[in-house]
Design a protein around this ligand. Structure first.
Ligand code: GTP
Ligand code: MG
Length: 298
């Protein structure tokens, strides 16, 4: 006997969605940042959990962009990604940082229109045990709305088994949908892109990470070395100059940081070449966004 199903991982920007999925799969595949709105597209993470009845439960978690409202076309695309996952999946999981007000959960309840969900309190290591218990009791007034309320923290001491057991108990009986060795349905180009974007988030200030993106132009794989040629797109020439930096110091730092992450993930040498292009309004049109992999269907 086995179970399988898709689980949308939803929440405000910075709730800890991507961190939790990296933690559960044991690899840093998704972009994580203290800056909000890091994730732009859905990404599947596959976790195979053997439950207490001995059944294999294949949980296909769908990481989503944070639920937020902004006028820009890219932000509209991001919200649509989250809403699509919310509608399409077998089960929803809503992540509420332990320090958040309950109004964000109430907004989610309105959006999700009664679809079954599990509520996770995230980042519980940031506050005292008493504060976690207090927040859990505040959420109890919604106990008829959620299937379960589970506190989480992404630390090695955190045991995810009760969380996986609870999710599995709400999945349908089904043959496994993916080979058990597969961690994600994203291809390597998409993961490389996210790792390079993460390096942009870590090395650049304020608006530049939001006004930039990465396209993997060429990817050559061999048993000992992967060669990656990537393009960083920005809005303005001034941003291009900032990314390159004095004596190309900034781009070298961005490249080295990304290369080390890629080498650690792949456990082999990586050659990474980054080129920066200023392309005004790249994110302002549907065609522009489509060209770099953000497919609109609305
Ligand atoms: N201490 C602590 N920090 C966490 C935990 N989970 C996430 N964080 C931090 O919270 C910030 C946001 O984490 P992300 O995983 O990028 O959040 P997200 O929900 O994916 O955000 P978006 O993609 O922007 O919607 C990062 O700085 C993480 O390191 C946690 O359990 N404990
Ligand atoms: Mg994210």
């Amino acid at each position: 006997m086995s179970k399988a199903g898709f689980v949308a991982v939803l929440g405000r920007p910075n709730a800890g969605k991507s961190t939790l999925l990296n933690f559960l799969c044991g690899q840093n595949l998704a972009l994580v940042s203290h800056k909000a709105n890091a994730t732009r597209k859905r990404m599947n993470f596959i976790i195979n959990h053997t439950n207490s009845q001995g059944e294999i439960c294949q949980i296909i978690f769908v990481d989503t962009p944070g639920i937020h409202k902004q006028e820009k076309l890219l932000n509209q695309f991001m919200l649509q990604e989250a809403l699509k996952a919310m509608g399409d999946c077998d089960l929803n999981v809503f992540l509420a940082p332990v320090y958040d007000e309950l109004k964000f959960y109430e907004e989610f309840l309105e959006l999700s229109s009664g679809k079954p969900h599990i509520l996770l309190l995230t980042q519980c290591d940031k506050v005292s045990k008493e504060a976690v218990l207090e927040k859990m009791s505040e959420y109890q007034r919604f106990e008829d709305r959620f299937l379960a309320l589970i506190p989480t923290e992404c630390k090695p001491t955190f045991n995810p088994t009760p969380l996986l057991e609870t999710i599995s108990s709400h999945l349908p009986t089904s043959p496994l949908l993916y080979d058990e060795e597969i961690l994600t349905t994203s291809n390597m180009r998409e993961i490389y892109k996210e790792i390079i974007r993460e390096s942009l988030f870590e090395n650049l200030s304020d608006e530049i990470p939001y006004e930039s993106d990465v396209v993997i132009e060429k990817f050559i794989e061999s048993p000992t070395l992967n060669k990656v040629y990537a393009k960083i797109i920005v809005e303005k020439e001034s941003q291009k100059a900032m990314i390159i930096g004095k004596g190309a110091n900034t781009i070298k730092r961005i490249g080295k940081n990304a290369r080390l992450k890629l080498e650690s993930l792949e456990e082999k040498k990586i050659f990474l070449q980054l080129n920066v292009f200023a392309q005004r309004n790249w994110s302002k049109t549907r065609e522009g966004l489509k060209k770099i992999g953000y497919d609109f269907d609305f």
